[in-house]
Design a protein around this ligand. Structure first.
Ligand code: SF4
Length: 340
């Protein structure tokens, strides 16, 4: 996936009358809902980010309206925010606009409006494609509304991102498997995978304190996310993010749950270990091979605190290979060649 340079604009909770059980947008974004971002602030944010030095000036630039449910805002408000970004699009300083919203806030009229303003990517808070899980999470929409929204967006030529959660109340292995399989069939352009965290002030925090919700352990969340990533990758659907963006606002609000600031790295390290073990399983005792990885994957190969290396040693596999670093090797892949 060609990853654009993202200019983030946060619009927390505006336009969203819902209160999903896991959500505490206000705290995550650090901005109170009584201080809505103004068009002039949007322009300032874009200018400031454009002025930053960028390593790669070739990357396309995308303004992303994050948080809240953009298409649930009053239409004039949506217009003023999108119009604030329009001159940058016209001048070619920004190449695309992205926003996030709920599946039930998408219909043909909304899609036509977004296209008129140059929006090219819509991210949907899907969370699950199981109606029981959606109801337990107080989402207020059905799985069918998500299917309809994704199909409509794709038919209209917009790119679609799907945000999925693991560890929601009422989730089972079966409901998660069903969600992932069905989502792969809907072919979004990318997905994001977030383990559910218990945040202060959320409905989930109350359930947790009453002993009615038990979050996933970090290990269980990593195993599930790794399986999901493997599944989506097999369908050529990129996983754009694993785990919430770490930061002090999130950490201060965290009550419980599988939080790790490098959650994505834990998942990628697990997948790398699986690939390595699979390759080495076929190497006969006494033989030594070369394993090649991308040079930027060294820490993923080692795992956090060299956990993967320790595991390979325990399994007697460390002596079976010589590691070779190659900048041209695709990221997160391992290739075996005979001989060391
Ligand atoms: S719809 Fe989105 S913004 Fe609104 S409460 Fe749910 S998660 Fe939060």
């Amino acid at each position: 996936m060609n990853t654009p340079f993202i200019i983030p604009v946060f619009i927390p909770h505006q336009g969203c009358p819902h209160r999903c059980i896991f959500c505490d947008q206000r705290r995550i974004s650090g901005r109170d809902r009584r201080q809505p971002i103004t068009p002039s602030e949007v322009r300032t944010v874009i200018r400031l980010w454009l002025a930053r030095s960028r390593k790669n000036r070739e990357r396309t630039v995308q303004v992303a309206f994050y948080g809240g449910s953009f298409t649930g805002l009053p239409r004039p408000r949506q217009q003023e925010l999108l119009a604030a970004a329009a001159p940058f699009l016209e001048r070619g300083e920004v190449h695309s606009l992205r926003l996030s919203t709920r599946p039930d806030y998408i219909d043909a009229g909304v899609v036509a409006f977004l296209k008129d303003y140059g929006v090219s990517v819509v991210e949907l808070g899907v969370q699950s494609l199981d109606d029981q899980v959606l109801a337990a999470g107080n989402r207020g929409h059905s799985a069918q509304q998500t299917r309809d929204a994704i199909r409509l967006l794709r038919r209209s030529g917009l790119q679609v991102g799907a945000q999925l959660m693991i560890g929601l109340p009422a989730e089972t292995t079966r409901s998660l498997t069903k969600t992932v399989r069905e989502m792969a069939g809907l072919q979004p352009d990318f997905v994001r995978i977030y383990p559910v965290l218990v945040l202060q002030g959320s409905g989930l925090a109350r359930l947790y304190e009453q002993g009615e919700y038990r979050p996933l352990s970090l290990g269980a969340a990593v195993i599930r996310a790794a399986w999901m990533k493997k599944y989506f990758t097999a369908y050529s659907i990129p996983v754009a993010r694993l785990g919430l963006q770490p930061g002090p606002a999130l950490e201060n609000a965290l009550v419980a749950g599988p939080y790790h600031p490098a959650f994505g790295e834990l998942v990628n390290a697990r997948l790398m270990l699986q690939r390595t073990r699979r390759l080495l399983a076929g190497v006969e005792a006494g033989c030594r091979v070369t394993l090649t990885i991308a040079d930027r994957d060294q820490s993923v190969f080692r795992g956090l605190k060299s956990a993967n290396i320790s595991r390979l040693e325990q399994l007697g596999l460390l002596k079976k290979f010589t590691l070779c670093l190659d900048p041209s090797q695709p990221r997160q892949t391992v290739t075996l060649t005979p001989g060391s």
